[in-house]
Design a protein around this ligand. Structure first.
Ligand SMILES: NC(=O)c1ccc[n+]([C@@H]2O[C@H](COP(=O)([O-])OP(=O)(O)OC[C@H]3O[C@@H](n4cnc5c(N)ncnc54)[C@H](OP(=O)(O)O)[C@@H]3O)[C@@H](O)[C@H]2O)c1
Length: 248
């Protein structure tokens, strides 16, 4: 308790699912927290259930989003968790819009906010955490379009931005964190479970029953706090039921 006291934490995609758990974890550690998402209803619900949390309705894929967000709260810790649902149909039945959904949201939001971090507004010492996925390392399932590649790009982006920060002497810290398994009860998790189960012709509950070493959204929240408050080596990490680890 209190490891983020006096610090500002901004969570892009903080109104629901994993991002909401990150908001809760940061708030529990004493941070001033700003949750950003597009939908006002979920932000209002969050505000009512977690008094003191600041909220902002903004589309993170718009060029103006980083400035709009940083004008409301300058982060000491910036978490980019916003993500689109991956498609769950065979690749030959997808169109480009479906295939590229996670590039247009997850990667674009990460790119815009990381670029903004490197080009001025964020102060030395700011930590930036990109929420990637275990699919980035496994390749993901064959029906999820560009999801795995997009989440892998977020890992590469964290590394590229760290090198630029180091080269320019900016003192920023960029990290990618990949939740290793599907998390039921979240948007991406439930859609992924349903898609996987339909592909295999089994029930989502049976699919889930066969999975081991599951992390929860609360585990991801704790892992973000650990990365933000510790001095971990490297730029890519995973969190599973076994805990936080460097990505292989
Ligand atoms: N859930 C899992 O099992 C799992 C596993 C591995 C990795 N991940 C990653 O974890 C992240 C969160 O997943 P989740 O399951 O928690 O998703 P979710 O429940 O669908 O929540 C997504 C959050 O992002 C916001 N968002 C989406 N597009 C946005 C945009 N353009 N601008 C601003 N906010 C936006 C949503 O609010 P609005 O729609 O109102 O904007 C919401 O707050 C994703 O990056 C996902 O790939 C999830």
């Amino acid at each position: 308790m209190g490891s983020l006291k006096g610090q500002n934490v901004v969570v892009i995609g903080g109104s629901r699912g994993v991002g909401r758990s990150i908001v809760e974890a940061a708030r529990g550690e004493g941070a001033t927290v700003l949750a950003v998402a597009r939908g006002a209803a979920a932000l209002t619900e969050l505000f009512n259930e977690m008094p003191g949390v600041k909220t902002l309705a903004s589309d993170a894929t718009k060029e103006a989003a980083p400035d709009a967000v940083f004008n409301v709260l300058e982060p000491d810790v910036l978490v980019i968790c916003a993500g689109a649902l991956a498609p769950s149909v065979p690749v030959q039945d997808q169109n480009w819009e479906m295939f590229s959904a996670n590039w247009e949201t997850d990667v674009k939001a990460a790119f815009l906010f990381c670029k903004a971090a490197l080009t001025g507004p964020l102060k030395p010492g700011t930590r930036v955490v990109l929420i990637s996925s275990g699919a980035a390392l496994s390749g993901g399932p064959p029906f999820a379009g560009g999801y795995a590649g997009a989440k892998r790009m977020q890992m590469f982006l964290a590394g590229h931005c760290q090198k630029e920060s180091d080269r320019l002497g900016l003192g920023l810290r960029f990290m990618a964190l990949a939740p290793a398994r599907i998390m039921p009860g979240t948007g991406v998790g439930d859609a992924g479970l349903d898609g996987f189960a339909a592909y295999l012709g089994i029930r989502p509950a049976d699919m889930l029953a066969g999975m081991t070493d599951l992390q929860t959204p609360a585990d991801v929240g704790r892992a973000v706090v650990a990365l933000a408050t510790g001095k971990p080596e490297g730029s890519s990490f995973t969190v599973s039921g076994s805990g936080l680890a460097a990505a292989a």
